[in-house]
Structures are given as structure tokens and as C-alpha cells.
Ligand binder design. Sequence first.
Ligand code: ADP
Ligand code: MG
Length: 690
Amino acid sequence: MTFNLQNNIQYVKGVGPKRAKLLHHLGINTVRDILFYFPRDYISKITNKRIVDLKINDIASIKAKIVSFGYVSHKYMRTRFQLIISDGSGYLTCIWFKTTPWLEKQFEIGKEVIIQGRLKYYYNTLSILHPDFEFVGSKAKGSFWAGQNYLPVYPLTEGLTNKIFRKIILNIFKSGFNVLETLPEYILKNQNLMPIKYALRKIHIPNIQDDISLSRKRFIFEELFYLQLMLARRKTHWSKAAGISMQIRKTYTTQLKNKLPFNLTSAQKRVLNEIVKDMKSPYQMNRLLQGDVGSGKTIIVLFAMLLAIENGFQAAIMAPTEILATQHYFAIKEFLKGIDVKIGLLLGGNYKGKKKLKNDILEGEIDIVIGTHSLIQKDVVFRKLGIVIVDEQHRFGVIQRLSLSQKAQVPDKIVMSATPIPRSLALTVYGDLDISIIDELPPNRKEIYTSWISREKKPQVYDFINKEVLKGRQVYIVCPLIEESEKSYLHDATNTYEKLKTGAFNNLRLALLHGRMSNQEKDEIMHDFKNGKIDVLVSTTVIEVGIDVPNATIMMIEHAERFGLSQLHQLRGRVGRGAIKSYCILVAYGSISEEAFLRLNTMKETNDGFKISEIDLEIRGPGEFFGTEQSGIPRFRIANIVRDRQVLETARKIAFNVISEDYDLEFEKHKSVKEKYNIGFFKKEKLFSF
Ligand code: ADP
Ligand code: MG
């Protein structure tokens, strides 16, 4: 019998009701589901290394005999199941921290196995932790898989084995199935991609190494292509969405230009031109504004807002935290001194004057409203909103919601990112926006001298800080957030502050800033610091984004080994904001991990935020890059935008070509695309297109 993809998995030979239930746990209900449940790896029977030649970090595939096995427990180590094998050249230890009786039952002394995994030192012994393995035993001889050089390894659940899984897969291929091609013929041909049916066979049952890479490439391409197709459609939709056509009236914008204490960099000018062009066009602007810390994004969006205001509109900026909103408020107020534009700061909660502010927004008495997410509440109504700036690190989809609440108008939008975003990520998460990058720092900036020290050197750093403060400089000392259970040995903000106040800095003006303080307290402290009334500010990472005090020239970070790379760079960006030489001192404790080493070294070696974000993405992977909160990064089945950058670029180019010539996917050659798109993506696209 030939299967249809929607056939219930239970009726495939070798499944039955019991196994069907286990498969359901993996999300597999139909023949289609299992065919698209791709191996996570392959065991290669082409083994060419001897144990004696193995080195740490090798991914090894070794054929050897079992010498001994059993549980090992030791006072200082986790109990583990250990298997020792030998190929005559040496011994290798395999370790499982968690086993099942079923796993243990399979081993026999003298039995031949192929073991595969990455080599690590575990308590000074070269070992493989939780290896994949396969018996070379006689039972399998003559069977299909015994004759295969590559065995697929699937991510499984208890009760299912790879052996069973492979059998089921094989049975489906033996019976045959119908599957429709989901990529156009001409794209397959031009891109040298395997047709779907062939690729399915090769990804599950490869004969040679190329089968694995080429079949995977086809599905990676497909996955990225459809996502880019959706982004291309959204982008096209927006580029045609009726918006406001602003005109250059040279009133407020010119006033700001005339009073700026500096010249815009050429990158700032270029980006401002891109924005103004969008605002003049009769279509809606949807733009991502990127730039390294300190590259001068704020002034650019201020120009954009003034342009909207001189056209009779209001402007809004939404910041991720109240501190940042407040900071924007003061920075913008400063820039606007002497210019007749009214600004308001809208914070969360109830406070005096809020009601009046909301009323003024409604009446159009306020030109620029700065706030947090409180801006998108229903009871905040603008008289005539012309531009929205969202300052954020991740995409929450709030701009979409904000525009929904402004049904009558379609304001221009700028998403401003505080962290430089690697290109592969920008194309994925913000792939439907136009992108402007300020790739140049103002000329007065000096490289921030960065050093990395151990705790023993701290007294010298304190001396140095004392001297710098005497010269009139200000200092940040940032401490990590500490969980209650770890408190004993770590240097948290409160402890550090108390110690320094009576110790090394007893002559200086010290203040403490942390997230549990009230907003008013925080604002007061920030204000005092900005006005030079505080010499040293000991703080948690609440100062991470956007704080702007040009006179602060030293950033000391305690337990720098615990911070992420982008976060370290953001923190460092709090100094070096003026013309004075600045320093970033990273204090690391204890023996640090390889990754932490890489992070600290990267900080020492470069000041380039885009370079740093690329390395950070590589270390942490796309899911973690923006931190733990919702990041807007889609879940991929097989693609990995870091590893598959090249394919991503190609898939994007082709998807945008398709949409530019055939927005509605009406062409005969795009029939298969339309079918798949309508099932999986059309709804998602609508979610964003309002
Ligand atoms: P970020 O891109 O990190 O948001 P900001 O907009 O906060 O950077 O700008 C950092 C500092 O540099 C601010 O004090 C700002 O006034 C100043 N600045 C911006 N543009 C220039 C320029 N072209 N020349 C000199 N200083 C500038
Ligand atoms: Mg800023």
C-alpha cells in the first residue's frame, strides 16, 4: 500500500497503538509528521581513528570491544554508568549519568560496538559523555541497516529506540508514499536542490556523506525561504500601505540644527536622509534604526519627530524601562531648550498630573510623548499621531498593537535597537523592515581602554579611581544580580557599596542604585550623578541601557565573567561618551569557563559593537541572543541562522524576487508555493499586517 501523508502513524507496519502513543509524545501523529521528523545526527560506520590517536574535542566514531561496564560511585562525583571499550590501541571511557535498565541490559563483555560522540576530559580521563552507539553484532547481519554506512539518530523519548524508529521509517519507504513538491521546479534547478521525495529519502537513509549535507540543505533552504517569503510580503504590503506624506518646512528641524553643539557624522546624515525620504513618501515608514552604543541614535529620531511636529502631528517614543524613558525625556528636553515644542513623560501607575497629561495628549497640547509600555494602554489617545519610535532590544510586536489602537491614522514607525544586531538575526527578526545603520562613531570618541584583572589587583584599581575622581571624573561600579542562595561569596551591589564607603572610597561621594528602589529614588540618584553630585555610583545592571553621562569615564564591572558579551559591551558604552579618555575594568573571579574567557578577551580586543554581537550570537545561539524574554525569533525545525547564514542570504534573495514579480503567488510556476504558503503562513502574515 502507498501511504498518504495524512495517514495515521498507528497503521504503519511496526507501530501499533502502544508505539503510536509514544510517537504522539514526540508530536508525531501522521506519516507526514514522521517523515519530517529529521535525524539529529548520524552514526558513521566509517571509522578511521584509533583510540590512541584521539584528542580532546574530536568528534569520534570508533569501533571497539566492550571491556567492562557498570555503576561507579565516588564520594566527590556524581554516580554514573560507565562503559569501557578498547580497540587494542587504548581504552576509552563512555559515561552516562542517567541510564535505563534497558540500556544496561544490552551490554556484554566482548561485544563489538561503534561509539560516537565528542571527546571530553572528565575527571582527567578522556571520555565521551552520553555517546551514541550501535552494536556491530551478528544479529543485525544481513538486515537492511547492517548494510548501511550511516545510521540516523533521532531525538527520542523513553520506550522508543533508534532501532525501532529506523524500522518504522524504512517500512514507510518500502511501501512508498505520495508527497507534493513544495518548491518551484526552477528554484530547485537553479539552486541545485534535491527534489522533496529524494531529499526525504536521503535525509533518513543516506548512503554517502553528501546525501546528508545536500538533503539537509534542501530543507534548510525551504524553511528559510518560506519565512523570507512572509517577510517579503509584509514588507511589500507596508511599502504600499497608505501613510502620511510629510513636507520639509524647516521650522523646528532647522532650529534644532542651528543649535546643535556638534556636526552630525556622515553616517548620521545618511541615515537621517533615509528616514526623511520615507516620511516624505505617501507610504508608511517601517524602519529599523541600528547603531553601536554612543553612535548618536537619539538625535536622529529627534529630528524625525520634529519633522512630524512641524507637519502638525504628534510624536511618541516608547522605551523598555522607566529609567530609560526618563532619561530620554531629559535628554530631549535639553536638546529642545529654546524651541517651542512641548514634551510629556508618561509613566506607569497612578500619580499626580497623569490625568491632565493624558488629556493634553488627547487635545494635542503635547507634541512629544515619552513613555514606557504605558503608552499603548487604551486610555492613552492621541489627537494626531504621526510618528512612533520604539526603543527596544527585542521586538515585542508592540508597534503593531500601538498602530491598531490608532485606527484612523497610520503613523510612521522606527524601531531603534540598543544593541547592534548581527545581520543574520536582523534579516530574520526584522526582515520585513527597512534597515538603517549608523556605522560610525562621532569623531571626538576615543577607544575605551579595556582591561581584565583578577581580584588581587583591585586595590590598584581603587587607587586609580581615587586619582581620577580627584581630576573631576565620575565612576560606575556595576555588580551582578545575586540570587539569595549564592550571596555568601559574591560581591553584590549593596555589599560592595557598604565596604567601599568605609574603605577605599571613604573620602568620595558614593551612591547605590538598584532595581528594588522606587522610581523616584532612582531618578534622584541618576539626576545627582548626572549633575556631578556623586563621584562613584555602585549599581546593578539597571544602568545597562542608554544612560548618558559624558563625564563618567571609568566603568568597573565586578564578576565580569558572569555577564553576557553584548551586556558587557552595553555597560562599557556608558563611558567614553565624551572627549575624555575612558576605561573599562573587568574583574573576574575564580577559574573561569572557556566561554567566559572568550567573552572577556573579545571585550579587551575590540570596541566594535557589530563584531561583538556576531561573536555573541555565535557563542549563545539565536534563541538566547536577545536574552530570555520573548525575542521574536521563529522556531526552526532544521535551519540555524548562525550556521546557515549563506543559505539564509540566498533564500531571502530568491523569496524577495518571487514576491516582487508575483505578490499574490498567482503564476503557474508558483502554484506549489501558494499551496504551502496558504496553509502555514498566510494567517501569520495577517497577524502583522493589520
Ligand atoms: P546611542 O546611539 O547610544 O543612543 P546617543 O544618541 O545617546 O547614542 O548619543 C551619545 C552621545 O553622543 C550623546 O551625548 C549625544 O549628544 C552625542 N552625540 C550624538 N551625535 C553626535 C555627533 N555627531 N558628534 C558629537 N556628539 C554626538
Ligand atoms: Mg540612546
